[in-house]
Design a protein around this ligand. Structure first.
Ligand SMILES: Cc1ncc(COP(=O)(O)O)c(C=O)c1O
Length: 295
């Protein structure tokens, strides 16, 4: 972690060596817990209310009692941002099931751990933001919703990690996961979009896409820009033959894709991507940049 990284655990800012939790935490033993990734710009968290709502929903879905109110979490987020030496950064907010006896039953875990990490995060080299990245369709599939609902942002990312390792093995930057029916779900930590004849399309949540906060912003902005948008099932063929393809996520922000499974796309990046990326940047500034004080 860079020196600038800051840690907050269960109510207090801590130096890294004291930012520790017991090895008996079920978050470690079983991946039993949930998390959010949040960006801040100009020291202001982007879409914090939406992230906290999704966290609360993830907790509710796995019957994990969140020991802080949304107001207290907001205060904690602001505290760690104030302690971070830079204006812009990335926050990881985690809630673990807490320490407990060995065995899957979480009934003995009575003290969830709430952890915040503020750090710098650059998902891709800045040059690739202009040129676009190469992706593969991974053989590792997204877990089906009847196994684990994709709306739960759980601490267990093992199949996404395996997909990502396939990408590295193939010498490309990112992996796209299909669902068990062979429909496109999402990237290892990003939602995916294609553009065909000027129309924007993205997988339905029912096909295994996380309800990304950035995805929500992109759909709002596409509406404002008059870009026709559909949430539809997509196959690898749709990616191969798209005019444009791009990814979105809190960590990733917007990243254009220039190649899918060795097929170079027509536009890399394309006009719809560029319009949305500019609009996204403006939206971030509008929501996060401090207002000029009027004298
Ligand atoms: C699996 C997965 N899909 C999509 C996303 C993008 O979601 P968001 O825009 O809320 O960051 C993430 C982000 O963490 C993710 O982990």
């Amino acid at each position: 972690m860079p020196d600038s990284t800051r840690f907050w655990i269960n109510g207090q800012l801590r130096p890294e060596r004291e930012a520790v939790i017991p090895v008996t935490d079920h978050g470690l033993l079983y991946g039993d817990g949930v998390f959010e990734g949040i960006r801040f710009y100009h020291r202001h968290p982007f879409r914090l209310a939406a992230h906290l709502q999704r966290l609360a929903n993830s907790c509710q879905a796995i019957r994990l009692g969140l020991p802080y109110t949304q107001a207290q979490l907001t205060e904690a987020v602001n505290e760690i941002i104030a302690a971070f030496p830079e204006e812009n950064g990335y926050l990881r907010l985690m809630v673990t099931r807490g320490p407990g006896p060995m065995g899957l039953n979480p009934a003995g875990c009575t003290q969830p751990n709430v952890i915040l990490i503020a750090t710098r995060l650059e998902m891709v080299h800045p040059e690739l933001r202009n040129e676009g990245i190469r992706v593969i369709v991974a053989s590792t599939r997204r877990l089906p919703a009847d196994g684990l609902d994709p709306r739960i942002k759980s601490l267990n990312y093992l199949n996404h990690i395996l997909a990502r390792m396939e990408a590295t093995q193939a010498g490309v930057e990112e992996a796209i996961l299909l669902n068990s029916q062979g429909r496109v779900a999402e990237g290892s930590a990003e939602n995916i979009y294609i553009v065909q004849d000027g129309h924007l399309a993205t997988p339905r949540l029912a096909d295994g896409a996380l309800a990304g906060i950035t995805r929500g912003v992109i759909l709002e902005l596409a509406g404002e820009l008059g870009i026709h948008t559909r949430e539809v099932p997509l196959t690898p063929y749709d990616l191969y033959t798209a005019d444009e393809c791009f990814l979105s996520g809190t960590g990733a922000e917007l990243i254009p894709v220039r190649e899918v499974d060795g097929r170079a796309l027509r536009n890399r990046p394309g006009p719809v991507f560029s319009a949305l990326a500019d609009a996204f940047q403006e939206q971030v500034e509008k929501e996060c940049k401090p207002k000029e004080s009027v004298s």
